[in-house]
Design a protein. Structure first.
Length: 265
């Protein structure tokens, strides 16, 4: 058992997009920004909005679509039509990359297999959605929604792969281990693991962010990214709560590479 943490199992619980108190929080690739996905009517979950079970929090408030009349559709501006075509192109590209990564990326395949073994298999078409996002975020995970990939934020297939693996780590942790959404140490551990296992702190990504490499820079990056993400949990945002939580669990959570063996990383 890790110091200061009440586990069931050997690792910490996690979330990426999650319901924390009354907030929807997006922790993603690399940005940990608050965001709300733009969901079409068919994508919205058909579920009782009352709190259920452990989460005990309402579902996120999503914009209710209103059917457009024929005159309204005819009155759309050229700019709106262009934006729709761009969004459709982004969705098609995102789904193509997603499917290729899930089929051919060793880490993504390993995580998908592990989720299935533990009874939490994901159907990409149902549980890994490509949708436009309002904020500068690249993706997230939520127990009610599965994985969100922000189709309008990716600069390459490798970029999407990092985000997808990051969120699959969250999905794995949510499935396999008990958790407390409001426990900052639990929350910090998931972000340490996701940043470490996803390749978020690889040399190229850090150079792109403007951070030059040095001894143990990868660990410093993981710590920095985990603190940033944990701060966006409203229960961990005050003072140095996020930093203290990350420091308390850092070594043990960094060492926990489930479901990967060391040689797979």
């Amino acid at each position: 058992m890790r110091p200061g943490m009440a586990w069931i199992g050997r690792a910490a619980p996690v979330l990426g997009i999650g319901l924390v108190g009354m907030h929807q929080v997006v922790f993603c690739d690399q940005q940990a920004q608050q965001a709300e996905p733009v969901l079409s009517e068919k994508d919205q979950p058909n579920r009782d909005p009352r709190p259920v079970g452990h989460e005990a929090a309402p579902t996120a408030r999503l914009p209710a679509p209103s059917p457009a009349s024929e005159p309204a559709r005819a009155a759309r501006t050229r700019e709106e039509q262009i934006q729709e075509r761009i969004a459709e192109h982004q969705r098609v590209q995102c789904e193509k990359w997603r499917d290729d990564i899930l089929e051919n990326n060793p880490k993504a395949r390993r995580l998908m297999e592990a989720l299935k073994v533990h009874g939490c298999g994901l159907d990409p078409k149902e549980h890994i959605k490509c949708l436009p996002c309002h904020a500068v975020a690249t993706g997230g995970f939520g127990a009610d929604y599965g994985i969100l990939l922000c189709q309008n934020q990716f600069i390459s297939k490798d970029h999407l792969a990092e985000t997808l693996i990051h969120e699959l780590v969250h999905a794995y942790d949510h499935c396999v281990f008990k958790y407390d959404w409001m426990d900052c140490k639990h929350f910090a551990c998931t972000e340490v693991r996701a940043a470490h296992l996803s390749g978020d702190c690889g040399f190229v990504r850090e150079v792109q962010r403007g951070f030059l490499g040095f001894k143990k820079h990868g660990q410093e990056c993981v710590r920095r990214r985990a603190i940033l993400a944990t701060k966006y949990n409203p229960h961990c945002s005050e003072g140095r709560l996020a930093e203290a939580a990350v420091d308390a669990v850092f070594e043990s959570c960094l060492a926990d590479t489930q479901p990967f063996e060391r040689e797979e990383l």
